[in-house]
Design a protein around this ligand. Structure first.
Ligand code: GDP
Ligand code: CA
Length: 323
């Protein structure tokens, strides 16, 4: 066993944070260090505060204060403040803002207003708990994902939460991403990693924005660690959410093989050395191997902590870190 492995996880919100907890528990038991590089494409300004939905899901999950029934937000939260905001017509009445959640948004916004960077604000937020990992935003730049439809361009959260992805977009866009730089620590973590894992997150709107920050893709391709991804698609469909629609927009087949091809093999210009697919998708294996990606077939349902931990153990093994 490689003692004290340094592991980096690239992740979005709900799927990413569920997986991150299992990976964190395993890496912690091995005496290692986990760095989570989280998508910030979902971020938005709302009701005067800065929200970071994926970052917050990750923070709350690692701190064990997440509402695991809903999959996001704080456990035991209430919505009294949101009720007041709605009475004044402030914010979006279809976008739920919990009171405890608003506490985090207010703290973050006040630090940003004082001049702190996004990473510094996140460093302060995570220092409250023993999260057993270092949580980094992909970048300090604001480059919120926009959804371009035939009618108009809207924030990703409006498309996702208000319209439940019912309007077919022409494309997704992160204005300003060409000039963004990775947040402090991201490139070093990738360069020093013993294993790099791509979480079972939405490939298009959670992982692709991370990969699109200039420098990240190159760092993955140059990393000495193996890069292993976990499929968010089981039996040809996303487990939760609307990744199928997102994949259609970028012309990718909604299958374990389709997503593997989208990320691509590292040996031919992509990012993956290994890809974990569900038993339900075992028939995709040969096609993925043919891309040059070592394929592991395993149970991929994160139904409870034990199953998720077992997935993390297999992902680490696929990355060359057997337990
Ligand atoms: P979001 O940012 O909140 O949308 O969350 P992520 O992008 O991190 O994760 C969304 C993805 O997680 C979806 O595409 C789901 O298919 C995937 N997902 C959710 N639960 C599971 C699970 O139990 N197993 C696997 N393999 N994927 C899952
Ligand atoms: Ca997200």
């Amino acid at each position: 066993m490689n003692r004290s492995p340094r592991v980096v996880l690239l992740a979005g919100g709900v799927g990413g944070s569920t997986f991150a907890v299992g990976l964190r528990d395993e890496v912690r038991e091995r005496g290692g260090e986990l760095t989570v590089v989280c998508n910030t494409g979902d971020d938005l300004w709302l009701a005067g505060v800065r929200l970071q939905p994926d970052v917050d899901s990750m923070l709350y999950a690692l701190a064990d204060v997440k509402d695991t029934t809903k999959g996001w937000g704080r456990r035991g939260d209430s919505t009294r403040v949101a009720g007041e905001l709605h009475a004044w017509g402030v914010g979006w009445d279809w976008f739920e803002l919990g009171d405890l959640d608003l506490g985090a948004h207010l703290a973050r916004t006040s630090w940003l207003r004082e001049g702190a960077s996004v990473s510094e604000a996140l460093r302060r937020l995570q220092s409250r708990w023993d999260i057993g990992a270092t949580l980094l935003p992909m970048t300090d730049a604001e480059l919120d994902t926009r959804v371009v439809t035939a009618e108009r361009t809207m924030h990703f959260q409006e498309w996702w939460t208000r319209f439940r992805a019912s309007i077919l977009p022409e494309r997704f866009d992160n204005p300003g991403i060409e000039t963004a730089v990775p947040a402090p620590g991201v490139l070093d973590a990738l360069a020093q990693a013993d294993a790099i894992v791509v979480a079972p997150s939405n490939p298009v709107v959670s992982i692709d924005p991370i990969l699109a920050v200039p420098g990240v893709r190159g760092a993955l391709r140059a990393a000495s660690a193996r890069v292993v991804g976990v499929s968010p698609i089981i039996g040809g469909a996303p487990v939760r959410g609307m990744a199928d629609i997102c994949l259609r927009v970028v012309g990718v087949t909604c299958s374990a093989a389709g997503v593997a091809a989208h990320y691509g093999a590292r040996e031919s210009g992509g990012i993956l050395d290994g890809w974990m697919i569900a038993e339900e998708d075992a028939a995709d294996r040969a096609g993925i191997e043919a891309l040059g990606v070592t394929t592991t077939v395993a149970p991929l349902w994160m139904t409870d902590a034990a199953h998720t931990r077992a997935m993390a153990v297999r992902a680490l093994a696929a990355a060359g870190l057997p337990g």
